[in-house]
Design a binder for this molecule. Structure first.
Ligand SMILES: [Fe+2]
Length: 194
């Protein structure tokens, strides 16, 4: 099943631990969907639009159980992609959306990346393999639930902390999808750019 935007919102409400958490996470997911769909339009990409939008809207559904009371992330936050994918499997959501959610961390993580970071993830490869998966991943880099928009420089700084190799990956994504107009989005949502 590919959920509509309203069904995605209902799923968020079902798993959100508070209204505050819902607002942070749902708004972030709406913004990521907007960034991804803007990239699609700008580059005239051929994608499954409904599936892409739902994947963006649901990509952080697993985050709620890993946020503290203030909505801040906990040390096990990096499991949220796997938890999210499992939630969507239980909810009968399209398998392609489950995969996009599972693979949306840091432009793709290998087993080696996870070993180096020490994050509590299974040592497996989680690499985006379709244009829709790459777009969820890419859109997600430009906004954080603080809430702030992330400039290209801050994305580079974050990715470098995981692995300098990721800068080459980022460059490929920029070539494929272009750069979103963060100033327009920052004005629309009234979130600063960091
Ligand atoms: Fe996200």
């Amino acid at each position: 099943m590919i959920p509509t935007k309203q069904q995605c919102e209902e799923l968020h409400r079902k798993y959100a631990s508070s209204d505050k958490h819902f607002e942070l996470c749902w708004t972030h997911c709406v913004i990521v969907a907007e960034i991804a769909l803007r990239c699609v339009d700008e580059k005239s990409l051929e994608v499954d639009r409904a599936m892409l939008e739902a994947a963006c809207l649901l990509h952080d559904i697993g985050a709620y159980m890993l946020m503290n009371e203030d909505g801040e992330i906990t040390s096990y936050y990096n499991l949220h992609a796997i938890f999210g994918s499992k939630i969507l499997e239980e909810e009968g959501v399209d398998e392609r959306i489950q995969q996009a959610v599972e693979n949306h961390v840091m432009l793709g993580m290998t087993a080696d990346d996870y070993k180096k970071t020490g994050w509590a993830n299974p040592f497996k490869d989680y690499i985006p393999s379709t244009v829709e998966q790459r777009l969820v991943n890419y859109g997600d880099r430009f906004h954080s639930k603080v809430p702030i928009f992330n400039s290209l420089d801050s994305i580079k700084a974050k990715l470098t902390r995981v692995s300098p190799d990721k800068l080459q990956t980022l460059e490929k994504y920029v070539q494929e999808f272009g750069l979103p107009d963060l100033h327009a989005l920052a004005d629309k949502y009234n979130h600063p750019i960091a």
